[in-house]
Design a protein around this ligand. Structure first.
Ligand SMILES: Cc1cc2nc3c(=O)[nH]c(=O)nc-3n(C[C@H](O)[C@H](O)[C@H](O)COP(=O)(O)OP(=O)(O)OC[C@H]3O[C@@H](n4cnc5c(N)ncnc54)[C@H](O)[C@@H]3O)c2cc1C
Ligand code: FES
Length: 247
């Protein structure tokens, strides 16, 4: 973990209110696992807390983040231009461990909304191991869908939208009976994680990436405790085996 001023390479809207930000710097060489995140300082001095954003893709010299504009911090991010420097703490969190995965295992990767973002790098890593992947990706509507073509390069993709404007109508739950994996990875809103936890309760290898409001991001302030107060999402997680945590 380090603090570094990363340089903005590109910053563009890729779906309604969803932006793709590519950054470069030495820190990228320390990014070696999907599911980790960066803790980013805003330039507006009134925004004191850093904003946690997942690493969506790690490439040779750059990393890519996908962010949804929801408030002052993420709105400021849309104004960043190529060449701007961004005060970044990272990479943080434990990320997804794949050591247990055997090549013949079938993997299901499930995401909802902006929780789909870290699953792209995860998909790249699982694909590189030669495993068969089915992605189940949920969005509010067709305008909110991002990175569909990128995910299709890595495996089968089932899209669900709340309003039925693309793919299956409904949340990701409507597609869960279509898969029979031995390992499952998920990131998204709490109801999605709860659904995955209960639907795949018979499987050992189910990993959930949790989202919690954060302050320090490094396990020092206890501001991001899990519901049962036993773990800190920032440093013990954000990825947990399903039985390790109360979602
Ligand atoms: C581990 C982790 C990974 C994340 N990855 C992504 C990602 O890849 N892309 C993305 O768009 N968003 C991601 N988020 C959510 C993102 O951190 C918030 O949307 C963002 O901090 C909102 O900041 P804001 O100033 O725009 O909103 P405001 O609502 O103005 O923020 C006010 C405060 O609340 C915090 N906050 C608000 N919403 C959230 C939230 N959902 N989770 C955590 N803190 C929040 C902010 O950090 C800030 O401190 C992630 C959150 C966590 C914990
Ligand atoms: S944000 Fe401080 S302990 Fe997690």
């Amino acid at each position: 973990m380090q603090i570094e001023w990363l340089e903005v390479v590109t910053n563009k809207e890729v779906a309604h209110n969803i932006f793709e930000l590519t950054l470069k710097g030495k820190m990228v060489s320390n990014m070696n696992r999907s599911g980790q995140f960066l803790h980013i300082k805003m330039k507006d001095p009134s925004l004191v807390l850093r904003r946690p954003i997942s690493i969506a893709s790690i490439d040779d010299e750059t990393c890519t983040l996908l962010y949804r504009v929801v408030g002052k911090g993420t709105l400021e991010m849309t104004e960043w231009q190529p060449g701007d420097l961004v005060d970044t703490l990272g990479p943080l969190g434990n990320g997804f461990h794949l050591d247990f995965l055997k090549r013949e295992e079938e993997v299901c990767i499930i995401g909802g909304g902006i929780g789909v973002a870290p699953l792209y790098e995860l998909g790249k890593e699982v694909h590189a191991r030669g495993n068969k992947i089915t992605f189940i990706l949920g969005f509010a509507n067709a305008d909110d869908i991002y990175y569909l073509e990128e995910f299709k390069q890595l495996g089968a993709v089932i899209v669900c939208t709340d309003d039925g404007s693309a793919g299956l109508k409904g949340h990701v739950g409507v597609a869960l009976d279509q898969v029979n994996p031995t390992a499952v990875f998920a990131c998204g809103p709490t109801p999605l994680l709860q659904l995955v936890q209960s639907h795949f309760s018979h499987l050992e290898h189910v990993y959930l990436s949790l989202e919690e409001r954060m302050a320090c991001g490094i396990g020092a302030c206890y501001g991001c405790d899990t519901k049962d107060k036993k773990k800190r999402v920032c440093s013990d997680g954000p990825v947990f085996q399903k039985d390790e945590v109360m979602v």
